[in-house]
Design a protein around this ligand. Structure first.
Ligand SMILES: Nc1ncnc2c1ncn2[C@@H]1O[C@H](COP(=O)(O)OP(=O)(O)OP(=O)(O)O)[C@@H](O)[C@H]1O
Ligand SMILES: O=C(O)C[C@@H](O)[C@H](O)C(=O)CO
Length: 347
């Protein structure tokens, strides 16, 4: 079945996707032609490379590399790092007209990453009074929102006020302007005060969403106050009953499944790679999957493309700069299929 029968984007709109939420600065152990910090504990690392990071920021870069027209709604620090983010987005072709600067000295989060082995990596976040959580209702402009086919909300933006209210306002305005809502649950423990808050705000946005993407753990957190311990099938049925057209549930290396409102389900596995780190896979997955969806591909092809892009990202040393072009993902899939066989990722 053609995906356009699931999601009907308003093709007359100028932007494909607006992304709202977390943006930070990643400091990754250097791994380039000059310096190679091999797998080691963070305390032993001397040289770092700086990148723009944060899941929705990365996905904005990822979909733009596929030729989609994206804009970012967020708040950055009023300093050199804030300028770095805006310059980087501008260079990538992402619209920055709706990025505000924090007014009271709040700083962008700094993410120091630790690569311990191909199976273990961690992040160390410096994120007190984070600038991105200063996004407020005054930063949400209906005339801007209505110009987009879809709005992606990253769940981290719900962790604190005033960003929380800004998200809720954006979702309310999106709904009345036929802007599809994509909820990337994107749970990060920092900034959340307790699990009831997580369930209250995640479920509030999930109930309004057309597409929901998250790991099993993220769905469990979302569903805590609705019905704990749901199976994947039960979760999908519940969110479909609230109006979601596509529910994607990820199980890391075990694979992921997209459930469509017409009761179909499609599953995919990761493409085998030697990973440099665990994080960033979700952003590659989101970029590739959404690109396919906007192109009107069959769901299984969207999943394969997203899974390939995820594998490429965990293999890489960073989360934004290494996001691949469409041709690079296609070449990666061709190569992996030559090595491992045509059905390597398909379940
Ligand atoms: N070691 C790996 N090798 C290949 N692919 C991987 C590996 N780890 C993760 N992936 C891919 O990345 C996808 C997303 O990873 P995960 O399920 O951890 O989601 P996530 O928590 O949203 O990620 P992120 O930390 O980027 O937000 C997986 O569904 C899988 O396709
Ligand atoms: O915040 C993180 O989880 C790690 C970041 O380094 C990265 O940019 C990211 O946001 C991955 O989703």
């Amino acid at each position: 079945m053609d995906i356009l029968s699931y999601i009907k984007f308003d093709q007359s709109k100028e932007f494909d996707l607006l992304l709202l939420g977390r943006v930070a600065i990643d400091f990754n152990p250097a791994y380039n032609d000059q310096v190679k910090e091999e797998f080691k504990p963070l305390k032993k690392v001397h040289m770092f490379e700086k990148f723009v990071g944060g899941s929705p920021a990365n996905i904005a870069v990822g979909v733009t590399k596929h030729g989609m027209k994206a804009g970012f709604i967020g708040t950055v620090s009023d300093d050199q790092f804030g300028e770095y983010v805006i310059d980087y987005f501008n260079e990538q072709g992402i619209d920055t007209s709706q990025i505000s600067k924090a007014q009271h000295g709040e700083k962008l989060g700094l993410t120091f990453t630790e690569m311990l082995s191909s199976k273990e990596s961690n992040i160390l976040m410096y994120r007190n009074q984070a600038a991105d959580l200063q996004l407020s209702v005054d930063d949400i402009d209906e005339d801007y929102l209505k110009r987009s086919k879809a709005l992606l909300i990253s769940g981290t933006a719900l962790a604190e006020s005033p960003s929380r209210e800004a998200v809720i306002k954006a979702v309310m305005l999106a709904k009345r302007n036929n802007v599809k809502i994509i909820f990337d649950i994107d749970y990060r423990a920092y900034n959340w005060k307790n699990n009831d808050d997580i369930s209250i705000y995640y479920s509030m946005i999930a109930k309004e969403s057309d597409i929901i993407m998250g790991s099993r753990e993220e769905f469990d957190l979302t569903e805590k106050l609705i019905q704990p311990n749901m199976s994947d099938n039960e979760s999908a049925a519940f969110w479909h009953s609230c109006g979601a057209e596509i529910v994607v549930i990820k199980h890391g290396m075990k694979g992921s499944t997209a459930y469509t409102a017409d009761q179909q389900q499609f599953s995919i596995k990761p493409f085998p790679v030697e990973a440099r780190k665990g994080f960033g896979g979700g952003d590659g997955y989101g970029s590739g999957f959404l690109y396919g969806l906007f192109e009107g591909w069959e769901i299984i092809d969207c999943l394969e493309f997203g899974s390939a892009e995820a594998s490429m990202m965990v293999k890489s040393n960073n989360c934004s700069d290494s996001l691949p072009t469409t041709q690079e993902v296609k070449d990666f899939i061709t190569l992996e299929k030559e090595i491992y066989g045509e059905m390597i990722a398909r379940i």
